[in-house]
Design a protein around this ligand. Structure first.
Ligand code: NAD
Length: 497
C-alpha cells in the first residue's frame, strides 16, 4: 500500500533498508487497517546486525568504557525514555491494540529498569580466591558474554525487551533485537534513543521480520553468544534446540496457564478484582494470565455470581481511550485461536456463564474485526483442554475444589509453571500454599504485580532462567579465573601445579 510510514531496520546506528527491499504491513487491531510498513529482514540483514554488534563488542569505545560509564549511559537512556514514554506507548497501542492506560503505565515504569541495572553495572565484584597454593594469587572477574540476541513477543514489546536489555547492557554486552512481526514499531522508535543517550553505534541493533526468516538466522549465527527469548513454548523449544546446536546459553520466558486460587476465607470483593485483573486485563493476552480460577466449593455460587456481575460491566472500546477496559485481540491468528478454544470448551461440556463469542460489529468496537466478549466458563474440570492449554485471550475457566490439598494438586497438575495467585486471610495458609505451588511467581491477595527488583521466570514448560532482580545481570556474564604465580622459582614443569 502506498504512502504508509515506513520503518527500516536499525543497524550500526543507522536506519537501514532490508536487503530484500521488501516490507510487510503492520495492522492496528482497533481499526483492522494497516498503518505502517516494516522492513522484511532475512539472514543477510541478521548477519549485518550481528557483525555490527560483534565489532562494537570487540573494538571502539564500548569495550573501553568502565562499568561506571556504562551505568551513566543507561541512566541517561532511562531519562530519555521517561521523556518519550507517552509517544512510545502510542506506538505500542497502534500495533498491539492493548489499552493506552496499560501501555502508558508500562512505558512510564520502564525507565526504572535502566536506573536499577545502570546502578548495578559497577557493583558486580569478583572474588579473591583463598588459594590452597601458597605461591598463587587467584582472583575472578565477571565478564560480558558478547553479542546477545533478544527476541520478543507482541503483547508487551518494550517491557519484555527491557527485562533483557537493561541487564545485558549493564553487563557490557552488545545486542541484536528481533521484535515480533506484529509489533515492531515501538522498538524501532525506542532504539533511536540509544544514539541520543550517547551509546556508540552497533551496541544496540534491530532487525525486523518473521521468526523463521530472520529470528532463526540470529539464533544460529556463530558470533552470537546468548539468546534471551520471550514467546510461546513451541517457538521457545525450537530456539532452544537451535541454540543447543551452537552450545549457546538461553534464557526462555514462555507460556503459562496460571492458577488463581480463591479460598473460602478470602475477602471476596478483593478476590473478584484479582480474578478480573488476572484474565481480562490486557484482554487476557498476558503470559501471567490467571486463566484457571480455582474456587472453594463453600463460596463457589456466591463468588462466581459476584465475578460474573463484575465482568459483565467491563467496557470494551477504543484502546486509546483512557476509560476503556477491554480492547481487541491483537492478531487475526490469535482471534481465530481464542474463538476455537471457546468452541472446544463448549464441546467439552464447560458451562458458559458469560460472553462466548466475537463482539465485532458493536458500536463501541469501531471497525475492528478482532473483539471477543469477556468469556467465563464454570464447572470446568482440570482435564479439559480449556483448563490445560494456553488460550492467550479473555477466556476464564473456573474449577471447583474442596480442600487446600485438592487446590494445590489441581494447581500443580499442568505442564506450565509461570505464576499463581492465592486469596486468603490466613497467613499460615498463604505461606504454606505459596511454598507448595510449582510456579516462578506467587502473588498473595494481589495479582499481576512485577518489578525490576524481583526475579521473574517460569517453572516447567514456562521457561528457563530468571529475568529482573540482582542476579539477572549474572546471566549475561561469565566468570574468568585469573592465576598469578608469586613463586620465586619455576617449579618442575613436568607435573601439574
Ligand atoms: P511467538 O513464540 O509466536 O513469537 C515470539 C517471537 O519469537 C517473535 O518475535 C517471533 O517472530 C519469534 N520466533 C518465532 N519462531 C522463531 C524461531 N524459530 N526462531 C527465532 N525466533 C522465532 O509468541 P507470540 O505469539 O509473539 O507471543 C505470545 C506467547 O508469548 C505466549 O505463549 C505468551 O505466554 C508468551 N509470553 C511469555 C512471557 C513470559 O515472560 N514468560 C511474556 C509474554 C509472552
Amino acid at each position: 500500500m502506498a504512502n504508509l510510514p515506513r520503518f527500516n531496520a536499525y543497524i550500526n546506528g543507522a536506519s537501514v533498508e532490508p536487503s530484500s527491499k521488501e516490507y510487510f504491513e503492520t495492522v492496528n487491531p482497533y481499526t483492522s487497517k494497516p498503518w505502517a510498513e516494516v522492513a522484511r529482514c532475512n539472514a543477510v540483514d541478521a548477519n549485518a546486525a550481528v557483525e555490527a554488534a560483534y565489532t562494537a563488542f570487540t573494538s571502539g569505545e564500548w569495550p573501553k568504557m568502565t562499568a561506571t560509564q556504562r551505568g551513566a549511559l543507561l541512566h541517561r537512556f532511562g531519562d530519555l525514555l521517561a521523556k518519550h514514554a507517552d509517544e512510545l506507548a502510542e506506538y505500542e497501542v497502534r500495533d498491539n491494540g492493548k489499552l493506552i492506560s496499560e501501555m502508558g503505565l508500562q512505558c512510564h515504569y520502564i525507565p526504572q529498569w535502566y536506573y536499577y541495572f545502570g546502578g548495578l553495572a559497577d557493583k558486580i565484584e569478583g572474588t579473591v580466591v583463598p588459594s590452597d597454593k601458597p605461591d598463587i594469587f587467584n582472583y575472578t572477574r565477571n565478564e560480558a558474554l558478547g553479542v546477545v540476541v533478544a527476541i520478543t513477543p507482541w503483547n508487551s514489546p518494550l517491557l519484555l525487551l527491557t527485562f533483557k536489555l537493561a541487564a545485558a547492557l549493564a553487563a557490557g554486552n552488545t545486542m541484536v533485537i528481533k521484535p515480533s512481526e506484529f509489533t515492531s514499531t515501538s522498538t524501532l522508535r525506542f532504539v533511536e534513543l540509544f544514539a541520543e543517550a550517547g551509546f556508540p553505534p552497533g551496541v544496540v541493533n534491530v532487525v525486523t521480520g518473521f521468526g523463521a526468516e530472520v529470528g532463526a538466522a540470529l539464533v544460529e549465527h556463530p558470533k552470537v553468544a546468548k539468546i534471551a527469548f520471550t514467546g510461546g513454548s513451541g517457538s521457545g523449544a525450537k530456539v532452544y534446540q537451535a541454540a543447543a546446536a551452537g552450545l549457546k546459553p538461553c534464557t526462555l520466558e514462555l507460556g503459562g496457564k496460571s492458577p488463581n486460587i480463591v479460598f473460602d476465607d478470602a475477602n471476596l470483593d478483593d478476590a473478584v478484582k484479582g480474578a478480573i485483573s488476572g484474565i481480562f486485563a490486557a484482554t487476557g493476552q498476558t503470559c501471567i494470565a490467571g486463566s484457571r480460577l480455582l474456587v472453594q466449593n463453600a463460596i463457589y455460587e456466591e463468588f462466581v455470581k459476584k465475578l460474573v456481575d463484575f465482568a459483565a460491566t467491563a467496557k470494551m472500546g477504543d484502546p486509546m481511550h483512557k476509560d476503556t477496559q477491554v480492547g481487541p485481540v491483537t492478531t487475526p491468528p490469535q482471534f481465530a485461536k481464542v474463538l476455537e478454544y471457546i468452541q472446544v470448551a463448549k464441546d467439552d461440556g464447560a458451562k458458559l456463564l458469560l460472553g462466548g463469542g466475537p463482539a465485532t460489529g458493536r458500536p463501541e468496537c469501531g471497525s475492528s474485526e478482532y473483539f471477543i466478549e469477556p468469556t467465563i466458563f464454570g464447572d470446568v474440570t482440570n482435564d479439559m483442554r480449556i483448563a490445560q492449554e494456553e488460550v492467550f485471550g479473555p477466556v476464564l475457566s473456573i474449577i471447583r475444589f474442596d480442600t487446600e490439598e485438592q487446590a494445590i494438586a489441581i494447581a500443580n497438575d499442568i505442564a506450565f509453571g509461570l505464576a499463581a495467585g492465592v486469596w486468603t486471610q490466613s497467613i499460615k495458609r498463604a505461606i504454606n500454599v505459596s511454598n507448595a505451588l510449582r510456579a516462578g511467581t506467587v502473588w498473595v491477595n494481589t495479582y499481576r504485580a512485577i518489578s525490576f527488583m524481583s526475579p521473574f521466570g517460569g517453572y516447567k514448560q514456562s521457561g528457563l532462567g530468571r529475568e529482573n532482580g540482582i542476579q539477572a545481570i549474572r546471566d549475561y556474564m561469565q566468570i574468568k579465573s585469573v592465576w598469578i604465580s608469586t613463586a620465586r622459582d619455576v617449579p618442575n614443569p613436568f607435573v601439574m601445579r
